[in-house]
Design a protein around this ligand. Structure first.
Ligand code: SAM
Length: 380
């Protein structure tokens, strides 16, 4: 490799000469490194999935309790796997990958020099029984073949239009889930676990719930979000509204009444309407239909509370900008017309549907909470 700078010691020239060809090479190698990081990034979710399926985080959490560092050797982990002849050498390579990605930490035993593997704050999020806020169900959902197959359609829909998910499976996302109970369960589990973390952020950062008397979570799935809000604000009368086949399996949640229906036809009345991860599933026309039904269901000064991604919020260098961009492509590939929206998009959608006094509240998760009000008669 040529060097981009060369101190010309012989000529006594103290200025460094830049070799343009070497500089171009260096730039190319740097870009190659960055591109390779993107290309190979698909390996990590596969390794994470394997770790979850093998139960590695739980093995370390349970069996590492007697170790002063809470860590286990590859041999100790291997002994807990559900196999009579596990390949310890393969397992060790998987563990090293997880260490490289900071999902595990490697600790050298001072006495034996042997490596031990312990949990980090990331692998803690993959433990079972995390009281419903595990990252594992979302990992397993997004690694499913049927999700990956819809992601393989991007170039085709760019060229020919249509819907990526329908191209891959012949039916839309929601109909697919209705036909496949295992997929429906995995999706419900991933949503519920994600909800828990997002709702924690919502409850910590939005204080307007104090002024709300009744609230309906539109398309709230099993009602866990409204359940958490009602638990934090017990004066709120909570409603969970979703399609009949979802409501049929919804659990009893104190302070929450489940209501079956179709949000494109009507929305139950309440003084606040909560919509988490709903608008991003639909195109502008269908979003307007939902928002107009919300508008009709609200009293004057009633509010909509939308929890969704706001693309570009906080600028391109925001630590969550990358995950927000991923989520937009995921919407493109799974939903009919689904998309994440920028602050301008949200403003336009809400204003056109009659709402005013919009506020964007940043959350610690990739989502923002968007608050908007139905104007009073005087303001209309
Ligand atoms: C992405 S999930 C979000 C669930 C929940 N809000 C959350 O954040 O966990 C979308 C939900 O929309 C519901 N849904 C889809 N079409 C609907 C309709 N026409 N009326 C009511 N709910 C609907 C689905 O059943 C599903 O529970």
């Amino acid at each position: 490799m040529r060097h981009a700078t060369d101190a010309s010691a012989n000529s006594g020239d103290i200025h460094q000469k830049v070799d343009p060809a070497a500089a171009a090479d260096n730039e190319m190698f740097e870009a190659r490194g960055q591109l390779s990081a993107l290309i190979y990034a698909f390996v990590t979710p596969c390794v994470l999935k394997a770790a979850v399926l093998l139960g590695i985080p739980d093995i370390i959490a349970t069996n590492g309790k007697t170790d002063p560092d809470g860590a286990l050797s590859v041999h100790q982990i291997s002994a807990q796997l559900k196999s009579d002849s596990p390949r310890e050498d393969y397992l060790e390579r998987l563990l090293k990958h997880l260490v490289a990605k900071k999902v595990l930490k490697e600790i050298r035993d001072g006495r034996t020099g042997e490596s031990k593997y312990g949990l980090t704050s990331m692998s803690n999020l993959l433990l079972k029984g995390r009281n419903g806020s595990s990252g594992a169900p979302m990992l397993l959902l997004l690694s499913e073949d049927w999700v990956q197959q819809s992601l393989q359609q991007i170039d085709k829909v760019v060229l020919e239009g249509g819907e990526a998910f329908v191209r891959a499976h012949g039916v839309g996302f929601w109909d697919y889930l209705e036909q496949k109970p295992a997929a429906q369960n995995l999706f419900g589990d991933a949503m519920a676990n994600d909800s828990k973390a997002v709702l924690l952020g919502v409850i910590r950062n939005y204080h307007g719930f104090k002024e709300v008397k009744s609230m309906v979570d539109v398309a709230g799935n099993l009602g866990l979000a409204v359940g958490m809000i009602v638990q934090a604000y017990p004066h709120i009368q909570g409603f969970n509204y979703d399609r009949p086949h979802i409501i049929a399996h919804a659990p009893i949640i104190p302070g929450v009444e489940h209501v079956a229906g179709d949000m494109f036809k009507r929305v139950p009345t309440a003084d606040a309407i909560f919509l988490k991860h709903i608008m991003h599933d639909w195109d502008d026309e269908l979003c307007m239909k939902i928002l107009q039904n919300c508008y009709r269901a609200l009293p004057e000064n009633g509010r909509v509370l939308i929890v969704d991604i706001v693309l570009g919020y906080g600028g391109v260098n925001h630590p969550l900008a990358g995950i927000r961009a991923h989520r937009d492509v995921l919407m493109l590939c799974t939903q009919s017309g689904g998309r994440e929206r920028s602050q301008d998009d949200w403003q336009q959608l809400l204003e056109t549907s009659g709402f005013s006094h919009m506020k964007f509240i940043e959350l610690p998760t990739p989502e923002c909470l968007i608050e908007a009000f139905k104007p009073t008669k005087l303001e209309q």
